[in-house]
Write a protein that binds this ligand. Structure first.
Ligand code: S3P
Length: 170
């Protein structure tokens, strides 16, 4: 196997968690989710971390978590928070750590998934579609820079996306 560390990156609602689950099932490698791990470590939801400690503290937590993951001797599939590649040295670190896969999704398909979501502090206020478009255009370059593989996900099922990723890696 080329790498037993696969890192899924991409915007909120691009399918990192669902694809991560499917990859984990097929490869028999454990799945980790950076948000879940940070929430567990801090005993607080992402919403509460943003509210009480601010985004900057959250970004520091993400970078710290990524550094820990980079040192892991065990393989893993890591589903990252949508902002992770866009802050600090994380894009470089992600590339160094394993095979990184950018799940590319259009603003419309992201909106479809996140229409009723209230768990993302960055999309809480204002017009959701406009916010998604704005953040995505700001982040696209970071995602591409951090990615070894880019997969277009619009209109594809989780199984199809997983097939494509495995086809590229192996
Ligand atoms: C964020 C994405 C979220 C979470 C936090 C910030 C972002 O993760 O880390 O709300 O900046 O894009 P998901 O991509 O899993 O939603």
């Amino acid at each position: 196997m080329l790498s037993d560390k696969i890192i899924l990156i991409g915007f909120m609602g691009s399918g990192k968690s669902s694809v991560g689950k499917e990859l984990s099932k097929r490869l028999g490698i454990k799945l980790l989710d950076s948000d879940d791990c940070i929430e567990k470590q801090k005993q607080k939801s992402i919403n509460d971390i943003f509210r009480d400690e601010g985004e900057e503290s959250f970004r520091a937590m993400e970078s710290e978590f990524l550094k820990e993951m980079a040192l892991s001797e065990e393989g893993f599939i890591l589903s990252t928070g949508g902002g992770m590649p866009c802050f600090n040295d994380n894009a470089k670190m992600i590339k160094k750590t394993g095979v990184s896969v950018y799940l590319m999704a259009s603003p419309d398909s992201i909106l479809k998934r996140l229409k009723n979501d209230t768990s993302r502090p960055l999309l809480k206020e204002g017009n959701k579609l406009e916010k998604i478009k704005f953040l995505l255009s700001d982040r696209e370059d970071y995602y591409k820079k951090a990615a070894d593989i880019i997969i277009k996900t619009d209109g594809k099922s989780v199984e199809e996306i997983t097939d494509e990723i495995l086809g590229e890696i192996f």
